[in-house]
Design a protein around this ligand. Structure first.
Ligand SMILES: Nc1ncnc2c1ncn2[C@@H]1O[C@H](COP(=O)(O)OP(=O)(O)OP(=O)(O)O)[C@@H](O)[C@H]1O
Length: 334
């Protein structure tokens, strides 16, 4: 599939005048030309194909927002090349804006004192959305994001979850090809998070909208993004499927066997016992190739087995392991 976003050795260096301490230092700052440099994005390269949903992940200050801002044309890269839908974003901001949608979790695009519907209407004029298309999109988005109850209320009266749904609708009214979201679920309760995730996954699947999102909530990645780009300190550490990350780290599945009563010690070669609660025994499957059937076959009959639970490794654990072991993973990025 041809890529609609191509980043090649993209860098962003922020330069700030060095502030010397104290009053005299403050005065000297005015006359000296000393700068501190922050290399927020440090030689990042990737390709994103139309219709992909990608999570952009990294600790605080890793350079996620800076990269999103460059892709949306708000910031200019210091070096490297960046192409979004065949254009350099910062030198084609207006054309770029017509084809992308942007949601910044911490900043609103809606008019605070106006009813949500009026902000949508303003967008209709700004983006010159044909009347039929606008009506159809508004109907779809209102239904899907359950906005009927508050679309006529001023934005300042909305809860965070309602506002976030309205922000996402606002960003999608003009049918963008790419939707950028910076922390779309930040501060939302579990119900609102779930609604936002389900909707974004649906937009990606049904409408083919390419999605790139930054998040600290790994469940966002699990539910929306099959692909994961991980950065730290401005550098790319991993680009691939979450499945591949799990495999790379050799993450272990958890197995629980529940018995009618305590069958006594159970020793298996296919699984390692981690906890023995009598009637419930907990194991880890060290080897990817071991299946549940292998374990059950080895266990054999006659223990009064009641229930079996097999769980994928928790994504939090996978990511934690990744950041702990990253020096050994130099080959993880393509
Ligand atoms: N306008 C700016 N001027 C100077 N430094 C900046 C500017 N914007 C960001 N930075 C610095 O660049 C680095 C990357 O910041 P960025 O906001 O991209 O990180 P992030 O990964 O989005 O972090 P977070 O998860 O905390 O939002 C940080 O060290 C930050 O202090």
């Amino acid at each position: 599939m041809p890529s609609i976003i191509a980043a090649r050795g993209v860098e962003k260096i922020f330069r700030q005048p060095r502030r010397l301490p104290g009053f005299i230092g403050g005065l000297r700052t005015l006359f000296t030309r000393e700068f501190t440099e922050v290399r927020a994005v440090d030689g990042i390269s990737f390709d994103i194909a139309a219709g992909e949903a990608t999570g952009y992940l990294g600790p605080n200050g890793a350079g996620k927002s800076t990269m999103i801002k460059m892709m949306t044309g708000i910031l200019v890269p210091t070096a490297g090349t960046l192409s979004v839908l065949g254009r350099e974003p910062h030198s084609n901001r207006i054309l770029n804006a017509a084809e992308i949608g942007v949601v910044f979790g911490q900043r609103s695009q809606l008019w605070w004192d106006l009813p949500v519907r009026d902000s949508f209407d303003l967008n209709r004029h700004i983006y010159d959305i044909p009347a039929g298309r606008f009506t159809e999109n508004l109907r779809y988005l209102t239904a899907m994001l359950d906005m009927g109850g508050y679309i006529d209320r001023p934005v300042r009266q909305l809860s965070l979850g309602q506002r976030m749904r309205a922000e996402i609708a606002m960003a999608l009214l003009h049918d963008p090809k790419i939707l950028f979201l910076d922390e779309p679920t930040i501060g939302l309760d579990v119900v609102a998070k779930d609604a936002v995730r389900k909707f974004l996954a649906e937009v990606n699947r049904e409408r083919g909208t390419t999605i790139i999102l930054t998040t600290h909530d790994l469940v966002d990645i699990e539910e929306i993004c099959p692909r994961l780009i991980m950065v730290d300190d401005g550098k790319l550490l991993f680009d691939g499927e979450l499945k591949r990350l799990r495999a790379t780290l050799g993450s272990r599945r958890r197995l629980t066997l529940e018995f009618a009563g305590d069958p006594g010690p159970i020793i298996l070669t296919s699984a390692t016992l981690t906890a023995d609660d009598g009637a419930a025994k907990h194991f880890l499957l060290e080897d990817e190739s071991v299946s549940l059937l292998d374990v059950l076959e080895e266990l054999g009959r006659g223990h009064g087995l009641k229930d079996v639970k097999l769980e994928e490794p928790d994504i939090e654990e996978v990511i934690r392991t990744f950041y702990k072991t990253k020096p050994q993973l130099a080959g993880a990025a393509p």
